[in-house]
Write a protein that binds this ligand. Structure first.
Ligand code: NAD
Length: 486
């Protein structure tokens, strides 16, 4: 057996093994990166019991918000001290490049967790309304109380950031939580669990059970003692989770898929738009829910825009993930790799033209692992599968439009509504257009800007509820109205 690091799961403050292991493979070369104890239904049950016990003991739930805030701030600080360890595991499990892992996967995780720490201390857990005088004299007090045990299920693309979007507000509000990270990428979260314990988060408040969706994930959703489930992942599994959660009338927040349009207006600064559209789509090899995968270009600028896109995209550098010069790393897994290549081929069958890439890059360094060239498809129409389905690869579809009304129609013609981007040199015009778009986030002249104080989530089948934002603790609390007769 090769010597690779092993990780236990975290239940009730202890590292636990089960004798069964998940193999964590490095997408760069398909080598074995680590082994992680595999949890299933029994471990989820155990973790929920531990979380419930911790909640009922009041060791965290009854601690003052200011004290909770202090512990969380210590955790954020320790994450910053351990940034290199966190970056390393995000690279070996996710295939993130060192630049992406440092700035995005871990840098943003620290920034956002610090924000949740702050919110723990500033959120209004209790508000007294002005006394009512009719029909009787009385006082209403509105309390926001923790739900109890929360569950979080997260995907592989941003294991730390997207899971902390759930852990942060949950524990800031005083809940306990059981997390089921994606089976391919639990390392950074397990490292986070160690940090949280070291900083004094009481045992049982945070439990991490890596495992498969079909057993561990499904059990977390159906468990009667779990009051709320927060899920980020595909729309398909999101539907299943909603169905299953309905049996126990669980609260759910769902952050699901996207097929975000980038609209280039005829007054856009074209070079800025070209750079921005490529960043919006290709960053982290297009494996981001909010990636701008459909670029809508006015007919009059189409040929010039495509020519500029291709010229610029040719400079994108694929290579070793630990090289600071590398722009793009691999795709997460063999399965995803095949899916991306199949969808590109399907696009070509449907009439799209591959003007750049379309396959596996040449070179010895790309022979193992799961690599796809930056790919640009032109003459795409919105009825094609490549324009309707998430590809989750470095594949940009270029569509044509005649006027702004048609651009809006194409942009909104999707089951998804997670994000959209507008490229224009006229802010007033872009802001007006933003109102027409059915998307939870609209960026103007940029992409992937996620401010923790701004709510994030989707319209339509991109999800239910919002994460982040000053009100994100609302999603992790119950509202109680107390009436006092005066
Ligand atoms: P996925 O839905 O396959 O898996 C997500 C998580 O759900 C994993 O932890 C998995 O083990 C678990 N799971 C699978 N089946 C389950 C079941 N039956 N019950 C409970 N849990 C189950 O998604 P993925 O392929 O890992 O991630 C990619 C998807 O996530 C894309 O569709 C992407 O758009 C979406 N995503 C959305 C956001 C957002 O904020 N909206 C962010 C990132 C990713």
């Amino acid at each position: 057996m090769t010597e690779v690091p092993t990780y236990g799961m975290l239940i009730n403050g202890e590292s636990r093994e089960t004798g069964e292991w998940l193999e964590i493979r490095n997408p760069q070369d398909d080598s074995l990166a680590a082994r992680v104890a595999r949890g299933s239904t029994a471990e989820i049950d155990e973790a929920v019991t531990a979380a419930k016990r911790a909640f009922n003991s009041g060791v965290w739930s009854k601690r003052s918000p200011v004290e909770r805030s202090r512990v969380m701030a210590d955790i954020a600080e320790k994450m910053a001290e351990r940034i290199e360890d966190l970056v390393h595991v995000e690279m070996i499990a996710n295939g993130a490049t060192v630049r992406q892992a440092t700035g995005f996967h871990v840098g943003i995780a620290i920034q956002h967790f610090s924000y949740f720490a702050e919110l723990a201390g500033t959120y209004e857990f209790e508000t007294a309304l002005p006394p009512q005088t009719y029909p009787t004299l009385g006082q209403n007090i509105i309390r926001r109380e923790p739900i109890g045990v929360c569950g979080a299920i997260s995907p592989w693309n941003f294991p730390l950031v997207l899971t902390l979007w759930k852990i942060g507000p949950a524990i800031a509000a005083g809940n306990s939580i059981v997390v089921k990270p994606d089976e391919k990428t639990p390392l950074s979260l397990l490292e986070f669990g160690r940090i949280a314990e070291e900083c004094g988060l009481p045992p049982g408040v945070l439990n991490i059970v890596p495992g498969e969706g079909v057993d561990a994930g499904a059990r977390l959703v159906s468990h009667p003692d779990v009051g709320k489930v927060a899920f980020t992942g595909s729309t398909e599994i999101g539907r299943e989770i909603m169905r299953s959660a309905s049996d126990t009338v669980k609260r759910v927040t769902l952050e699901l898929g996207g097929k975000s349009p980038s609209i280039v207006l005829d007054d856009a600064d074209l070079q800025l738009a070209v750079d921005g559209v490529l960043f919006g789509c290709m960053f982290y090899s297009g494996q981001i829910c909010e990636s701008g995968t459909r670029v809508l270009v006015p007919d009059s600028l189409y040929d010039e825009f495509v020519e500029r896109l291709v010229r610029r995209a040719k400079t994108i550098k694929l290579g070793p993930t630990d090289d600071w010069e590398t722009d793009l790393g691999p795709i997460i897994s063999a399965k995803q790799h095949q899916r991306v290549l199949d969808l590109i081929a399907r696009g070509e069958d449907e009439g799209a033209k591959i003007v750049l890439g379309g396959g596996v890059p040449e070179g010895d360094e790309f022979r193992c692992g799961f690599w796809v060239e930056p790919t640009i498809l032109t003459e795409v129409t919105n009825d094609m599968k490549v324009a309707r389905e998430e590809i989750f690869g470095p594949v940009l579809c270029v569509l044509r439009y005649q006027d702004e009304d048609e651009a809006v129609e194409i942009a909104n013609d999707s089951i998804y509504g997670l994000a959209a981007t507008i490229w224009s040199s006229d802010n007033a015009r872009a802001l007006e257009l933003a109102e027409e778009l059915q998307a939870g986030t609209v960026w103007i002249n940029d992409h992937h800007q996620v401010n923790p104080a701004a709510p994030f989530g989707g319209y339509k089948q991109s999800g239910i509820g919002r994460e982040l934002g000053a009100n994100c603790l609302d999603e992790y609390t119950e509202t109680k109205t107390i009436y006092l007769d005066l």
